[in-house]
Design a protein around this ligand. Structure first.
Ligand code: ATP
Ligand code: MG
Ligand code: ZN
Length: 277
């Protein structure tokens, strides 16, 4: 006994008026030489396959949007300022020397879903307001909004405060674990202004654990700060450990080297405000 699909559908098989594909196929079953048995089975035409795929995509997208929204809510990152910091909102004209860094960040974000990079980006620079946090938040927004993957982004000190509060509250020890777990497993973590959070042992310990556990898990962490970790003194052992992990976790982009002409955009914003009034 053998089974084959009829390669040439009979002319009497109804076709879809839109895509002209047959709506049934004939399953021909041969039993011996004399007996063949034909069963007509419904099949999905091209229109139906497209519609099915669209429904599947929609379901997945909705689900992913919900996850992204939940993560953003838990880390209080639905703040206006953060959501406004996108690649589109970037002013190229007034900050020309940051162009290369902008492009690198943009490319990194664009390829995120397909490449799932293990190495993040570290933007360090001594000049304030050059857009380091803006660019990393733009990456996080892009990953959330375009790739529909949950990214956690925020000021390092603020994120650690939220974590600490959850760990402290006696009733919610599990909540602390859950939040810590989220920092360790989210597809992308952005830690802005990391150097401002190196003031306590507890914070240093957490930063070290988060960065090294994410390396182990092969998940990228992006970091911005006003100090170059390569210049952290040898005496500060806690900092040295973190600096060494950051070398492993991130591609370094030192603004002072790559864009020495970069200016404080906060001052530009202030001047534009003053012109208006
Ligand atoms: N090229 C730009 N186009 C539009 N807005 C910008 C640009 N650069 C910076 N900004 C805005 O200027 C403000 C300061 O930028 P941001 O906080 O990213 O700088 P930073 O380098 O992280 O500063 P700091 O060193 O103080 O952390 C933000 O509101 C940001 O959105
Ligand atoms: Mg910053
Ligand atoms: Zn059809």
């Amino acid at each position: 006994m053998s089974i084959r699909l009829n390669p040439n559908p009979n002319h009497d098989i109804p076709i879809c008026p839109d895509c002209a594909e047959p709506l049934y196929f004939d399953l021909v079953v041969f039993a011996g030489t004399m007996h063949e048995h034909v069963t007509r089975k419904p099949r999905a035409c091209e229109c139906e396959r497209t519609a099915m795929e669209e429904r599947r995509q929609l379901g997945r997208e909705e689900q992913e949007t919900r996850i992204v929204a939940a993560v953003r809510g838990r880390w209080q990152m639905d703040r206006e300022a953060l959501l406004r910091q996108t690649f589109m909102a970037w002013d190229h004209a007034r900050q020309p020397s940051m162009q290369t860094i902008w492009e690198k960040c943009r490319m990194w974000a664009q390829g995120f879903a397909a490449r799932r990079p293990r190495t993040g980006i570290l933007l360090a620079g001594s000049v304030n307001g050059t857009g380091k946090s803006h660019l990393l938040n733009a990456i996080a927004n892009y990953v959330c909004d375009t790739h529909r993957l949950p990214a956690v982004a925020g000021e390092t000190a603020k994120l650690l405060d939220i974590l600490r509060e959850a760990i402290r509250s006696a009733t919610a020890e599990a909540a602390g674990d859950r939040l810590m777990g989220e920092l360790l497993t989210c597809p992308l973590l952005v830690l802005n202004d990391l150097a401002a959070a190196k003031d306590t042992e507890w914070r240093l310990e957490r930063i070290f654990r988060i960065v090294s556990d994410r390396i182990e898990a092969g998940l990228p962490t992006c970091v911005s700060m006003n100090e170059n970790p390569r210049l952290w003194g040898k005496q500060a052992v806690g900092l040295q450990r973190i600096a060494s992990r950051l070398e492993e976790a991130c591609d370094f982009m030192i603004v002072d080297v790559l864009a020495p002409e970069a200016v404080d955009y906060r001052r530009i914003l202030r001047e534009m405000r003053e012109e208006q009034t």
